[in-house]
Design a protein around this ligand. Structure first.
Ligand code: ADP
Ligand code: MG
Length: 703
């Protein structure tokens, strides 16, 4: 059988688009493993970038090893100890020519492995050094036995470590990537960014960049590579950011080509609404309302995100938009992520719209049976304003003439979910306008990139007369003092939130933690009424407790983070957040926004579990220093990266391979320029870029 040179470029199919199975040595089983991580075509392998690197090009003497170093060491086994105290473990002491000892420690090992590691045996070891009680150790290092006097074969390049999947070891994946790279064409074929644009922004060769990141030379700067700051990585990060930008813009363009009803009424309802409001709009509210009014007055869909800190008055902006739709004879749907929050909107809207003679429909889980059917009938017949949770809006609700969808507190949603909501109320080519409200401000650089499919307006001014929340951080060791302080506050007639945080645990564990805290506080504050609300309670029970708190019947409300969004009890002026170090800054800021809504001075106590690491300390400092959600978001981005800020870890949006928005934000202006030109003048290349970077991953995500 002559398979010396298998064809890797089928007639007319570019090498990059050839299936991986065309590579020598890639059989069906391997192809299947590769497909599991989205690697189906040769170009998917080119762009399957290493997560990090190992330096096996040299041997580090044990005496220069520092804790935290990942290094290769050569040594002779001095002593072996098998222990079983808590669990089996194997400790192997090795030493080298520097006459220092390093301990290798294994918790999982085979009998044969243990038998092989005898005093006198020479080993080549790679691992991470760390402190141990008696010097340095490596836990579960990789190692190979070598002959005593042989010079071990050292790598001549840094070793890439690839993202992989079970059953597909590093050697094998590196092997196939290597075979794919052997087919990497020249830049004339590979490059999709037009030469003039590449030159203008100083982009280096893509081919060189790929070859470098897959096989960095021995003298490459490992530190720089680890941080992703090498010029080759930056070149690829540029292309990845560009691709993401293009795909969002393309999405946006597709939606913008659709039609929407122009919602420009005579302004009468809006004027009457403003006249009856007990306050004047802030400058920021007026400006943002102007943006929205201009958008919805057009015949193409509005896609606008309004971001504004907690308490900045987004609801009034939403109401104005809603009234514009009603004036024009269209329906409006307002959706919130939780029933609690949706109900609050319902109350606000009823309070504001009833005097204008506008009924507000209510669709939530608790509305069932006949009441629900009647509400559905009225919505189908054209009821002007409908408030509810998302879930209900998505199932079986038919509108008559839906012109505007308003979605509150949408930051946990990804692009896909936004699209689904947008398609609700679609009739043929016609889609409703969409307004998204979020209280999680997004730094400008991120907004331009992550929300390139939306226009963004910011309400960057709070209504007058607010007193900023005083924030302090106190160690849990002083819990007793904090409880005394709460007691004093309650006796003065103030109301207090006590927030229990347990993340990444089940709702059940969260509820338990809150129950424990509730018992503790009830006992300590026997002359105050202490309530409890958590996510495992029925909506009705939750509402009863919230109502009691709002009515002042409860002094203290022990709650899980269910109260994070939107709940409004102006008399609550003290908040204690337990284990605050577990939450992100944006979430802490959200929670804190529950107090400081009235005119009395409010405080927030961040109760932390000592000891705090450096990062945790810095984060708490930010919370103490500022009440400005935009600054907090910038800081969160800097300290924790965009996934956390956008809350997209769950939705998988923005899972970059090499780009990092906080590190690479400086590339965005050029990315936007190149993106714009490519979309208008080189749409085919733009398409090919999306296919290259996102195509495989998208198939993988849907698998
Ligand atoms: P958020 O942006 O957090 O949704 P809200 O819309 O709930 O904020 O507004 C917070 C509070 O501020 C509400 O009680 C609201 O009535 C009030 N409010 C809104 N705009 C103004 C304003 N321009 N002047 C005074 N109070 C305002
Ligand atoms: Mg709100």
């Amino acid at each position: 059988m002559a398979v010396r040179s298998r064809p890797v470029s089928l007639e007319g199919v570019p090498v990059g688009l050839t299936p991986v199975s065309a590579l020598p040595g890639v059989g069906p089983a391997l192809a299947e493993s590769l497909a599991r991580i989205g690697l189906e075509r040769v170009q998917d392998l080119w762009f399957h970038l290493p997560l990090r690197y190992e330096d096996r090009t040299q041997i580090t003497p044990i005496d220069v090893l520092r804790p935290g170093d990942r290094a290769q060491v050569r040594g002779v086994v001095e002593a072996v100890e098998r222990g079983f105290r808590y669990r089996p473990q194997l400790k192997v002491a090795i030493s080298d020519e520097s006459h220092q000892t390093l301990t290798l420690r294994f918790f999982h090992f085979h009998r044969a492995q243990a038998d092989q590691l005898k005093p006198g045996v020479s080993l080549l070891v790679y691992g991470e050094a760390r402190y141990a009680s008696n010097g340095l150790e490596m836990i579960h290092p990789q190692y190979t036995r070598i002959a005593d006097d042989d010079e071990p074969a050292l790598e001549d390049r840094l070793t890439p470590v690839y993202p992989t999947t079970e059953g597909l070891g590093q050697k094998r994946i590196a092997g196939v990537v290597g075979k794919a790279l052997a087919l990497l064409p020249g830049d004339d074929v590979l490059e999709l960014i037009p030469a003039s644009l590449a030159a203008r922004h100083g982009l280096s060769s893509l081919r060189e960049a790929l070859l470098y990141v897959h096989r960095p030379p021995a003298d490459a700067h490992l530190g720089e590579l680890t941080l992703g700051r090498h010029a080759s990585q930056q070149r690829l990060a540029f292309e990845e950011l560009l691709t993401q930008h293009l795909s969002l813009k393309r999405l946006r363009a597709a939606v913008k080509r659709r039609h929407s009803p122009p919602l420009g009424g005579d302004g009468q309802l809006r004027q009457r609404f403003l006249d009856q409001l007990p306050f004047a709009l802030t400058g920021a509210q007026r400006r943002v309302s102007g943006d929205v009014a201009a958008d919805i007055g057009r015949a193409h869909p509005m896609l606008r995100l309004v971001q504004g800190d907690v308490g900045s008055g987004k609801t009034a902006v939403a109401a104005l938009a809603a009234l514009a739709a009603v004036e024009a004879g269209y329906q409006v749907a307002l959706m919130a992520p939780t029933e609690l929050l949706a109900e609050q909107h319902l109350r606000n809207f009823r309070h504001w719209l009833a005097p204008l003679g506008i009924e507000v429909e209510w669709l939530a889980g608790k509305v069932t049976g006949k009441a629900r059917q009647q509400a559905l009938n009225r919505v189908a017949a054209g009821a002007p304003v409908v408030v509810g949770t998302h879930a209900l809006m998505q199932e079986g609700v038919a509108f008559n003439k839906l012109g505007l969808v308003i979605v509150d507190e949408q930051h946990r949603f990804g692009v896909q979910q936004r699209l689904e909501l947008r398609d609700k109320g679609k009739e043929g080519d016609r889609v409703p306008h969409q307004l998204v409200l979020t209280a999680t401000p997004i730094p400008r650089t991120l907004a331009m990139s992550a929300y390139a499919d939306l226009d963004v307006s910011s309400i960057d001014e709070l209504p007058p007369g607010r007193t900023p929340v005083q924030t302090i951080a106190i160690s849990n060791a002083r819990r007793g003092e904090v409880i005394e302080r709460i007691h004093a506050a309650c006796l003065e007639g103030r109301q207090v939130y006590w927030v229990c945080t347990l993340i990444e645990e089940s709702e059940q564990l969260r509820a338990q933690a809150a129950e424990v805290a509730h018992a503790e506080l009830s006992a300590a504050l026997s002359d105050c009424a202490v309530g409890l609300v958590h996510g495992r309670m029925k909506p009705k029970e939750k509402q009863q407790v919230m109502d009691a708190f709002k009515a002042g019947e409860l002094s203290v409300l022990v709650a899980t983070t269910v109260i994070e969004v939107g709940v409004d009890v102006p008399n609550a002026s003290l908040m204690v957040i337990e284990n605050c170090e577990r939450l992100g800054l944006a979430q802490l800021h959200q929670l804190r926004g529950r107090v400081g809504r009235g005119s009395v001075a409010s405080s927030c106590v961040l109760l932390y579990q000592p000891p705090l690491g450096q990062l945790a300390r810095e984060r708490l400092q930010v919370m103490r220093d500022t009440n400005d959600g935009f600054r907090i978001a910038e800081k969160d981005l800097e300290l924790r990266g965009p996934g956390e800020v956008l809350g997209t870890r769950q939705t998988g949006q923005l899972a970059f391979r090499i780009a990092d928005l906080s590190r690479d934000a400086h590339l965005l202006p050029a990315v936007q320029h190149v993106g714009e030109v490519m979309l208008s003048e080189h749409p085919r290349q733009a398409e090919a870029l999306i296919e290259r970077w996102i195509g495989g991953a998208a198939r993988f995500a849907h698998a």
